[in-house]
Design a binder for this molecule. Structure first.
Ligand SMILES: NC(=O)c1ccc[n+]([C@@H]2O[C@H](COP(=O)([O-])OP(=O)(O)OC[C@H]3O[C@@H](n4cnc5c(N)ncnc54)[C@H](OP(=O)(O)O)[C@@H]3O)[C@@H](O)[C@H]2O)c1
Length: 177
């Protein structure tokens, strides 16, 4: 299995600002409306695994559902899928290794892991294989952190760096095993 993080964060390591703001993601003019490789990335994954808070954020976006791949939402508190999302998401709960084994057996082998706490939980069990992190040149001074404390250090190999719109830095790392 390959579990991949694909996320944007501020210079000070936040994935959402205070009160959940995301407007800072569009800090640079993007006249050609580039998706910075997101569609190509999505082609290569089998499914998304996201935390409940990230699902709530995406569900509140205006516009159509943004994903064409199956979306699994991790939650201990959601007992049923909200109205209108029955054909869009499936709920997951339980120890991460068991959840992943189940997904693997169902043929979902390349997973896009999304959401701060969710990524932190995966990292704490050394379950992330690749991280694609786009750094946005802003200091938010607070918000939702991408990273948190770990049981032990995890080393990664730098794969590549891309500069986007002469403003953002997209770094790809793979877990050194
Ligand atoms: N900058 C970006 O590219 C980017 C990308 C994604 C998200 N975001 C932002 O990040 C914020 C969301 O991140 P977040 O750190 O608040 O949370 P999150 O990871 O999206 O969701 C956390 C919740 O997921 C559930 N969960 C996580 N691991 C679980 C497990 N192993 N088993 C069962 N449930 C589990 C729990 O829900 P229950 O409490 O229901 O159990 C937990 O409270 C939002 O503001 C979003 O907009 C930004």
């Amino acid at each position: 299995m390959t579990n991949i993080v694909y996320i944007a964060c501020s210079l000070d390591g936040y994935i959402a600002g205070k009160n959940g703001t995301l407007d800072w993601l569009d800090c640079a003019p993007n006249p050609e409306n580039s998706d910075f490789g997101f569609a190509d990335f999505m082609q290569d994954i089998d499914a998304l695994v996201m935390g409940r808070n990230t699902f709530d954020t995406v569900a509140a976006f205006a516009g159509p559902w943004p994903y064409t791949k199956p979306v699994f939402v991790l939650s201990t508190s959601m007992s049923s899928i909200p109205e209108g999302y029955q054909d869009k998401i499936q709920l997951l709960n339980g120890p991460l290794r068991e959840v992943l084994e189940d997904l693997d057996n169902k043929g979902f082998n390349n997973l896009y892991i999304d959401g701060g706490k969710t990524i932190q939980n995966f990292l704490n069990e050394d379950l992330i294989d690749k991280m694609i992190i786009t750094t946005i040149p802003v200091l938010l001074g607070g918000g939702t952190s991408l990273f948190a404390q770990l049981r032990s250090p995890l080393f990664f190999t730098h794969v590549k760096t891309e500069i986007l719109l002469k403003a953002m830095v997209k770094n790809t790392y793979s877990r050194k095993r």
